[in-house]
Design a protein around this ligand. Sequence first.
Ligand SMILES: Nc1ccn([C@@H]2O[C@H](COP(=O)(O)OP(=O)(O)OP(=O)(O)O)[C@@H](O)[C@H]2O)c(=O)n1
Ligand SMILES: [Mg+2]
Length: 423
Amino acid sequence: MWGCVISRFSRISARNLFTMRLKTTEFQSLFTEGLKGLAGLFEKHQYELRIAGGAVRDLLSGKRPEDVDFATTATPEQMKSLFQAAGIRMINNKGEKHGTITARLHNENFEVTTLRVDVQTDGRHAEVEFTMDWQKDAERRDLTINSMFLGLDGTLYDYFKGYEDLQNHRVRFVGSPEQRIQEDFLRILRYFRFYGRVALKPDEHEPETLAAIKEHGQGLAFISGERIWVELKKIVVGNHAAHLLELIYKMELAQYIGLPPGGDVEGMKVVWQNSQHLSPKPITVLAALLRCPEEVEKMDIRLKMSREEKSLGLFLVKHRRDLCRREKQPDALRPFTDFIIDSRDPDCQSKVCELLKYQGEDKLLSELSCWSNPRFPLSGHDLRKIGITSGKEIGTTLQTLRDIWKKSHYKMDKDELLSHVKL
Ligand SMILES: Nc1ccn([C@@H]2O[C@H](COP(=O)(O)OP(=O)(O)OP(=O)(O)O)[C@@H](O)[C@H]2O)c(=O)n1
Ligand SMILES: [Mg+2]
């Protein structure tokens, strides 16, 4: 994979800058009308413009990045006057304090950030100062693989061996892990996330990195639940998730990120092993750590999950034991379909699918995924029409007929069911 991305490379000894030329189709495909317009504008005004951070990492890994951030030597004020003069709309921008201007060209938004150094940080926010020095901007970034720039001519600018680390599947902080973590404690979880993305094997962490994480883990307590939840979910759906969650427990970080103390790590490893090839939702794997519904509630208070995530977590914790394959049941899917039929929850089928992933029931999962929920063909109205008037009697008769219908594998139609009514 790596061979195909390089057309020429050189090592510039001054300041350890490594450059090479990237010419992949993923890179070429970024050049929309909008980007060509943006590039032309910066070139005309002689400001440098490069792709920065995560997008460079993705391009070097042969992936098309989902979002592309740009870095420039122009200050926010210079960018604003440049865009204004060219009649280009800027999007209401909360990022300006940190140097980010968002411009809209050909129906595309482009986030361009002035090169900066973080002069003061409190572990969550940073006071910034603008600079013209690309290396300084690379230095303030978290991981070597996230610290590279890519010129629009395809030149890679790599100050910290990020490309080499990517090729060697290594995740390292830029410079001192302690310092990088203290600047933003969320970087602990970002480290785990990128480990899952890049490393080939679990448990090949650099001791210095783990020591810094252990030392500053409690800083995660100051990070907002929303930011933690975003990262945690990405860790859980990535590679080595069971190992990384176990490590989070071993390093005593769980308490700071909404996971229950003494979570069932062994149980989670089994669920992850059973389900990872079935693309479980993050909460499906995490539910295995939780021992009771109260722990789901507590996790939600810290992490502010969505209503659907919380509801699925509660469902799994409540039903993982009582709703499962029964030994002597010839139609193994029946308990699950009966449960769905009886439920008033419109999301019940998708929740039961997650439960089957949790239980590692591949075959039942594929059967249930193509099962369509049949509608019970009777209503109280039908019973009233044949002369049952008491509300109570309508209720009990409907229940009896429902059971008969379920036993018929949901096949009986309205007339067949009504023939069972004794008037
Ligand atoms: N806590 C953080 C967050 C971000 N960054 C830097 O800002 C870049 C962009 O951040 P972001 O888009 O949040 O992450 P990505 O690395 O791009 O990852 P993703 O693919 O999830 O967007 C990162 O690559 C990294 O250089 C950082 O140093 N520290
Ligand atoms: Mg990004």
